[in-house]
Design a protein around this ligand. Sequence first.
Ligand SMILES: [Zn+2]
Length: 385
Amino acid sequence: MILEHVSPLGGAAVDVHVAEGRIAALTPSTREGTPRLLLPGLVEGHCHLDKTLWGRPWWRNEVGPSLMDRINNEKATRRAIGMDAAREGRALCEAHLAAGTTRLRSHVDVDEESRLTHVEKLLALREEMASRIEIQLVAFPQSGILRTPGVEEWLDAALRLGCDAVGGLDPSLIDRDPVRHLDIVFKLAERHGKPVDIHLHEAGELGAFSMELIAERARALGMQGRVVISHGFALGDVTGARADALLAQLAEAGVALCTSVPPSRAVPPLKRARELGVTLFAGNDNIRDTWSPHNAPDMLARAAMVALKYELRRDEDVALALDAVTVLGAQACGFADYGLAVGARADLVMVEAESLAEAVVMRRAPKLVVSAGRVVARDGILAGG
Ligand SMILES: [Zn+2]
């Protein structure tokens, strides 16, 4: 396969030669005229394939306002309407693919209700879809670890079965014992040689304290580059000097941040994180589920949300939002062979736009999506789907 006359990330026009699923060569284009913009496959850094209602009829949300309301409602709704993590997860992955996402990290609930059932279904889905989309699964203790006997053992089993990373959740607010919670998460990571991705919604100084405990453990275990804090709202709450000090600790410990840029919360500072050497990437988090009806499997739309949240206006700034759903997500999640270079996996997204900023702002469906060297979608429609 040859993609002729394309502009990789807005650069000089080239022809992209693809062989055996990889980029075999990039040669200067000999054609005249404006080339089509080419992006690497987009990266969904944080979603929940086992929570989504994607592909189902509209579900009416009448859930109470507290965190426990949402957790308990989800358990009841899953039973009541017969949700299927594999079926809805597949629908969401396919919608993501059609919009140019070729790598995706999903958290998977491991709690007293689901135990290993969602893990098993999504591991099977990961295999089934491996030729089209690379899925990473994070074993996620949605109801805490210490509050329910058995969760630590199920997390251990989930990693043994093949989950790619171990998750955690608000170690102070949920389990009310951050040291024990985090010690278990990092012990499991060390035992299985797997990375860590912790949901941290805790606000202000409480969240900052949890962050320091996470950075301490990442440093002590030499896990630089293998630990992610998802959300990290505390970094948006504390003062500039305190945020700088925290970012410096995260940089030294090699801990990355993932944000879903919720309109209602302060988020970690994007440009300051970059300046201080902390990788900050983006994900949707909830996509049309019992937690929230919002968001869409479309990483260009997510990049536009990043640009809006951080008030990025200049073209070069809007392009930073694109980094958060491409190269930075791939780096922080450890997706291998990524990018528009010779030898990388041929994950290619051709977009009708003159510039990176236009691609982000217009969020048009890609003209063409290639995953591992094969065409998987055209004009937002899945090939053969
Ligand atoms: Zn999440």
